[in-house]
Each structure stands twice: as structure tokens, then as C-alpha cells.
Design a protein around this ligand. Structure first.
Ligand SMILES: *Cc1c(COP(=O)(O)O)cnc(C)c1O
Length: 397
């Protein structure tokens, strides 16, 4: 491009962006933003009913006790996720965003002088938050979890730190231990208990498994509690419902560390907006009543659109275990890297994320992957996929 047509060239050239969030900020300016995994789809028919009652929910939240809205939300959430033990234990702490809960977990690790082994690939924000808090992080290749008979031995061989941090289902791959029934989590917990490791699990994508009969969500907190393992579990609403980022997240700690974690948590925040909790409880209850249809339908439709539009192109669809809200594609091309492909699509207004960043320890491993976000308006998404296919065909072979 020449100088006079461009008064802000930095917005047109994403080179030098340091993390996925910086890419996602750029993408918010693109015509087709398929970068962040936040929810940009419109309301379903049923969700529009909730929106039409927002002023009632607002005034209601002005009246009751904060503790009442916290309880109402947490009950709704764990009922949807079928986690009766988490509900009965009544020790879950709320925050405004999963990253805040992750920060609390990271502050705990820092305070205890623990290094952590974190799954790779994963959303780079987890690594970056930990690193910025001064917590040393070491990678665990997700492959270590791919055979339930080998999980214990692989962890024993690979984990050298006092803490293990998993993301289940994983972002971006959609891998989940739930495919092995109780067994996968049991093996991880058994390893951590036997070797005195703190187990951290990010369940932010868990809602995408709720309607999948192959991934039955058993009472995971019962397993954690009865095993006696030290654990921190993070839950989230942010990637599930289209509520303009009015989200809430949760962290639950095993009894042995609960008081210490509580003391860190209260150094960070007092409470989450009662209005947000009251509103979210409506979305959560609605999802339970309709079996997650509003969430699932748009993701399924866009996943199918992407698969069909790109079938036979240089972007090869990677079938995930859990159908999460992002799709992961392998670039099948002798010369084109994912980073180059990302730039090429970006120049035409389609913003996907290059895979490098998800491999927070070895970016080169992500060079042949891109991630496409699915929580989008289906018409916009279909247009973006049609344009993407056209651009890819221009670069085939
Ligand atoms: C998005 C995401 C987070 C962070 O959520 P925020 O709402 O941005 O704080 C944490 N973990 C996973 C798996 C995510 O996808």
C-alpha cells in the first residue's frame, strides 16, 4: 500500500502482535471477526424473552441481598452442569471473569512458591497471566493425556513441578478427558494425590459438553473431594451465552487450601454485580430447560458451514472430541504457514487466529494451524466462509 492512502498503518499490519488478545483487539475492527471466542451471535427466540425482562431483573437485583443473588446464580450454574457436590460444598467464590479467577490461582501459586506444569497447546492468556505474576510454567504436551491407560505413567514421567494445570475441554483443540468416562479424571487425580501435586483445572469450555451423550458429565467435584487431592477448579459463563461480556466466573478450592485462597480472593474483589448474576441465572435456567439448544444450534450450524465451505481446500478440519465454540484447522500447503495465511485472509477482512500463540512454549508447533471462532451470527459466518474459500482457492497448491 502507498503512504497517502494509509493514515494508520499499524491497524493494517498485525506483525508484532505479542499475544492472542492483541490479535483479537485487531479483529474487532475487521469486517469478519472470527478471532475471539467470545459470543457475538444474536439472541435466540427464548433469549429475547429474557432481554425483554431486563429492566425487571435490574429492579429485582436492587431489592434483594447480594448473598441471595450469589446463591441463586451458583445453584442455577451447578444444576445445569450436574455438579451436586460443588453445590453442597457451598464454598465456590465468584469473580467477574475467568482471568480474575486464574489470577487468584496464580497468586496462590506464587505465594506458595510453586511452579506449574500447564497443558500445551492452550489459550495463551493462561500462560501469560501466570508468567506475569512471576510463576514459572513448564509445558505438558496434550498428547500425554490421549491414552487413559498411559495418563498416570505419562504424568509421572513428565511433571516436575508441584502443580499441574489442565484445561478441559481444551481451547483450542476441544480435547476432553470426559471421553473416557470417569477414568480419565480418575487417573489424573490419582497421580496428583499419590505425588502430592496441586491440580488446577480450567473448565471454562465445559458447557459445550453438556448436551453430548458421549461426554456424560459425572459429578467431578465428588471425585475431587473424595480423593483428598488438593485442587483449584475454575468455571465460567463467558464463552457460553450471548450476553455482551456481562459474565461471571467461579473458583473452588479443596478444603486444605480454601482459607488461604479465600484470603487472596478477598484481596482482589468484594462481589460480582447482583444484576449480572440475576440475569445470568435466567440464561442458565433457560439453557437447562431447553437442553442447551440455543447455545448448541448456532455453533453446530456454523461448524457445519465451516466444514463444508473449506472441504477440499488447504484448510483441513480437525474433528474435536468436544464440540467447543472454536474450530481448529490444519494448513495443508507445502509453503504457506498459518501466520502467512492469517495475514492473507486479514488483508481481505477475515480475521482468524494463527496457531503459533496457542503453543505458548514452542510456537513453531502451531505454524500449521489456525483457529476459527464459531459463536457468530450464522449469516455473517457463512459470508466469511464463502470469502475464505475463494481466497484459499486463489492460493491452492
Ligand atoms: C476465554 C477463556 C478464559 C478467560 O476468560 P475471560 O472471560 O477472558 O477472562 C479462560 N480459559 C479459557 C479456556 C478460555 O477460553
Amino acid at each position: 500500500m502507498n503512504e497517502h492512502q494509509d493514515d494508520d498503518r499499524t491497524t493494517l499490519d498485525p506483525v508484532g502482535l505479542l499475544d492472542l488478545t492483541q490479535h483479537e483487539i485487531q479483529a474487532l475492527k475487521s469486517r469478519y471477526n472470527l478471532a475471539d471466542a467470545h459470543t457475538h451471535q444474536r439472541q435466540s427466540e427464548r433469549q429475547r424473552q429474557i432481554v425483554s425482562r431486563l429492566s425487571d431483573l435490574w429492579y429485582e437485583a436492587e431489592e434483594g441481598l447480594q448473598a441471595g443473588y450469589e446463591q441463586k446464580f451458583i445453584e442455577a450454574f451447578f444444576r445445569l452442569h450436574r455438579q451436586p457436590t460443588a453445590l453442597a460444598k457451598n464454598k465456590t467464590l465468584l469473580s467477574y471473569a475467568a482471568s480474575i479467577s486464574t489470577m487468584v490461582a496464580g497468586m496462590f501459586l506464587k505465594q506458595q512458591r510453586m511452579a506449574v506444569t500447564l497443558v500445551e497447546p492452550c489459550f495463551d492468556n493462561l500462560h501469560d497471566v501466570l508468567a506475569n505474576l512471576g510463576v514459572a510454567t513448564y509445558p505438558l504436551d496434550e498428547v500425554a493425556l490421549h491414552d487413559p491407560d498411559r495418563i498416570y505413567a505419562e504424568l509421572k514421567r513428565r511433571v516436575k513441578t508441584d502443580a499441574l494445570f489442565l484445561v478441559d475441554p481444551n481451547n483450542p483443540t476441544g480435547f476432553t478427558l470426559l471421553q473416557y468416562g470417569r477414568r480419565g479424571f480418575e487417573e489424573v487425580v490419582r497421580y496428583c494425590k499419590d505425588h502430592d501435586k496441586l491440580l488446577l483445572i480450567d473448565f471454562c469450555f465445559a458447557s459445550f459438553t453438556l448436551d453430548d451423550p458421549e461426554l456424560a458429565r459425572f459429578d467431578i467435584y465428588e471425585l475431587l473431594e473424595s480423593s483428598g487431592v488438593s485442587y483449584l477448579a475454575i468455571e465460567d459463563t463467558g464463552k457460553t451465552w450471548p450476553v455482551q461480556d456481562a459474565k461471571a466466573a467461579m473458583i473452588t478450592a479443596s478444603d486444605d487450601i480454601a482459607e488461604t485462597v479465600y484470603n487472596i480472593h478477598t484481596s482482589v474483589l468484594l462481589n460480582v454485580s447482583p444484576f449480572v448474576l440475576n440475569m445470568l441465572a435466567e440464561y442458565v435456567d433457560d439453557a437447562r430447560e431447553e437442553g442447551m439448544r440455543s447455545v448448541r444450534d448456532v455453533l453446530e450450524r456454523n461448524r457445519e458451514t465451516a466444514r463444508k465451505a473449506l472441504d477440499g481446500s488447504i484448510l483441513e478440519y480437525q474433528e474435536p472430541v468436544a464440540k467447543v465454540s472454536v474450530a481448529w484447522f490444519r494448513v495443508d500447503h507445502p509453503e504457506l504457514s498459518a501466520t502467512e495465511l492469517q495475514k492473507l485472509l486479514y488483508a481481505q477482512g477475515v480475521y482468524v487466529l494463527p496457531g503459533r500463540y496457542f503453543y505458548w512454549n514452542e510456537p513453531g508447533k502451531g505454524d500449521s494451524y489456525v483457529r476459527i471462532a464459531l459463536a457468530r451470527d450464522p449469516q455473517m459466518f457463512a459470508d466469511a466462509m464463502a470469502l475464505t474459500r475463494q481466497l484459499l482457492d486463489g492460493h491452492a497448491g
